[in-house]
Write a protein that binds this ligand. Structure first.
Ligand SMILES: Nc1ncnc2c1ncn2[C@@H]1O[C@H](COP(=O)(O)OP(=O)(O)OP(=O)(O)O)[C@@H](O)[C@H]1O
Length: 582
């Protein structure tokens, strides 16, 4: 505590004392610096009074005293000027704050008249100086408290200003009393006198009438921008004296959500394993289109890696740092799919969340939306989806205004959309809109040559997960894996190997570690060998018909059947012609 902080008050008190007692007054602080003074001391304010002065004695001893005969008092003994002291008498009174000496008030008589006045009236004068010392001490403490409050207010201001959330303080009527830097950015260009200048009427009424806190509520502001707010009333003596609200724009909330839910390790094309031609083709096309905004349609059976491709495309695109949002149309009941995709407004239906909820399109704003199993989307939603793709705007369920969205769409299906279009189960216009860049992801049975590579990779993953060290598959077992048809594709391979790693006692997986269904399948396949020997031509015909049966009709299917049979497309057609003619 330093008297310097209340220097002007100290000087006023010096002058007040001097005018009452008619003797020169000076006040020094605990460092012996003169803070106030009258008469001959006025000019030396701010100056150090010297260690030999009586004030030094008053500070170190912490007592009040009167020097009636300068030069002889205890306080004068160390003074070098005590032989030729110009003072006739002196009264010193320490100023105490919290038990510590923070300064001294001194009355100094320079004439005999002043001396006798001081000495004859010393009891009253000392009591007067004590009162003055108490007053100075009280003023000093008040100043300290004011500074502490100012400091606290400043600290809070710095904290509130550094928050990445808008903060608005209101009085009980909704007048804005304070906004932090973030709130000023969020509401830049708005009138900001009243809550009604910021938020729409519905939210204002809720905030100002609510006597408890509101958390994570959805708001729409006066310009139609959306966000999430918390609010709390300021209660003093049980009465609402004001409110504080914190606001966050919806896109920032979404970004945080996505940061936390994105792949921890971002899927890259190099994570998609496979060196067979069919796989190279698929990867090459996907890599080529990753950067564009065009819609991609991933076609392939379940478990072939459609989501993996979709994530790799997103992560290789310029949207990589924006959200990747996936939704499986087949996994969500029809009644909920619309609100999941496009969001809903408060009160849109029974059970709707207060404040509404943003849909996946809004969540994917600036990023990529992966619509898995698009073939399972009901027709009425296909119509709505088409509109969204054409207009880049969504209308939440129960909403009145469209919300702009900038989303790159990647759709996927295991179904034959072309056939569905012919059957009237899929809208043709939507099909064309989605089919801009179709990419066929091959089934695992079409790329059995990739099995060893995939197996090695999956074994490593299983070992990490199960704390095992299974590092290979016996050649018999690999033969069985290659002979299997893998209806569940890579996902099924993953599950099969996880089962086998659990079963294996040593470092090698043997056939008998595989799940029963696979062993049976292998026996069935090998049972062919034991059948009667048949002419090559019959075997060839059976193989061709089986392949066609397997891959289906149409040009693309014929190409894949020919590839699988290891013959040219021309040869396949020639054979089919022969069979028809015979
Ligand atoms: N080429 C691949 N390389 C490595 N892992 C793969 C590959 N393809 C698929 N996988 C793995 O197989 C599993 C299934 O893949 P994913 O979920 O991408 O398939 P999907 O085609 O989207 O399946 P569904 O249609 O059933 O949703 C995942 O664990 C994925 O990592």
């Amino acid at each position: 505590m330093n008297l310097q902080k209340i220097a002007s008050n100290v000087q006023m008190i010096c002058e007040a004392i001097a005018s009452v007692v008619n003797i020169d007054v000076t006040i020094v602080d605990q460092n012996l610096v003169r803070i106030g003074g009258t008469g001959r001391y006025k000019d030396s304010i701010g100056v150090h009074v010297g260690l030999q002065s009586a004030f030094h004695y008053a500070i170190t001893e912490g007592v009040a005293f009167v020097i009636e005969n300068p030069g002889t008092h205890q306080a004068c003994l160390s003074c070098t000027c005590r032989e030729k002291c110009s003072e006739h008498a002196e009264m010193c009174c320490p100023i105490l704050a919290d038990g510590k000496v923070v300064g001294v008030i001194g009355l100094i008589a320079f004439t005999e008249v002043q001396r006798s006045a001081l000495i004859s009236n010393q009891t009253n004068l000392m009591s007067f100086l004590n009162r003055m010392a108490e007053m100075i001490s009280a003023k000093l403490k008040e100043q300290e408290r004011t500074e502490a409050v100012e400091m606290l207010a400043k600290e809070l201001e710095v904290v509130v200003d550094s928050m990445n959330t808008g903060f608005v303080a209101l009085d009980a009527d909704g007048k804005v009393s304070r906004m932090n830097a973030k709130a000023k950015t969020i509401f830049k260009g708005y009138k900001t006198e009243d809550l009604s200048d910021l938020l729409s009427e519905k939210e204002c009424v809720r905030i100002l009438t609510e006597k408890t806190t509101l958390k994570n509520e959805y708001y729409v502001d006066v310009r139609g921008h959306r966000g999430i707010f918390d609010s709390a009333p300021i209660l003093i003596g049980g009465r609402v004296k004001g409110h504080v609200i914190t606001v966050k724009p919806i896109q920032e909330v979404i970004n945080v959500l996505n940061e936390m839910t994105q792949d921890v390790v971002r899927t890259q094309f190099s994570d998609i394993l496979g060196t067979t031609d069919v796989m190279w083709q698929a990867k090459e096309t996907a890599q080529k289109v990753a950067e564009s905004k065009s819609t991609v349609l991933l076609l392939g059976e379940s478990g072939t890696g459609k989501e993996l491709f979709s994530r790799a495309i997103h992560n290789a695109s310029t949207r990589a740092h924006a959200p990747f949002i996936a939704i499986n149309c087949a996994a969500i009941p029809d009644a909920l799919l619309e609100s999941e995709l496009f969001g809903y407004e408060e009160g849109a239906f029974t059970g709707a969340k207060r404040g509404g909820k943003p849909g996946r399109f809004q969540l994917a704003h600036k990023g990529t939306l992966f619509l898995d199993e698009i073939g399972d989307m009901p027709l009425h939603l296909q119509t709505k989806l088409l509109r969204v793709l054409q207009e880049s705007k969504v209308m939440p369920v129960g909403g009145e205004s469209m919300i702009e969205v900038d989303v790159r769409l990647i759709a996927a299906t295991h179904r034959n959309l072309e056939e569905m279009v012919l059957e009237g189960a899929f809208r043709q216009d939507l099909y064309y809109r989605l089919n801009v860049i179709p990419i066929q992801i091959p089934a695992l049975r079409e790329r059995v040559a990739d099995l060893p590579l995939l197996t090695e990779h999956i074994l490593n993953k299983c070992n990490d997960k199960l704390y095992k060290s299974v590092n290979s598959v016996s050649s018999d077992c690999m033969e069985e894996l290659m002979a299997y048809t893998w209806p569940g594709n890579v996902r099924e391979l993953e599950n099969t190997l996880e089962y086998a790693v659990n079963m294996a006692e040593g470092p090698v997986i043997e056939s008998f570690h595989l799940p029963k269904r696979m062993v049976q399948n292998f026996e069935k396949t090998h049972a062919h060998v034991k059948r009667e020997i048949e002419p090559l031509e019959t075997l060839e015909k059976r193989a061709i018909l089986e392949a066609l049966n397997y891959f289906g009709n149409g040009k693309a299917a014929a190409i894949r059947a020919a590839e699988a049979l290891g013959i040219s497309k021309a040869k396949l057609y020639r054979k089919l012609k022969e069979y028809k003619e015979n």
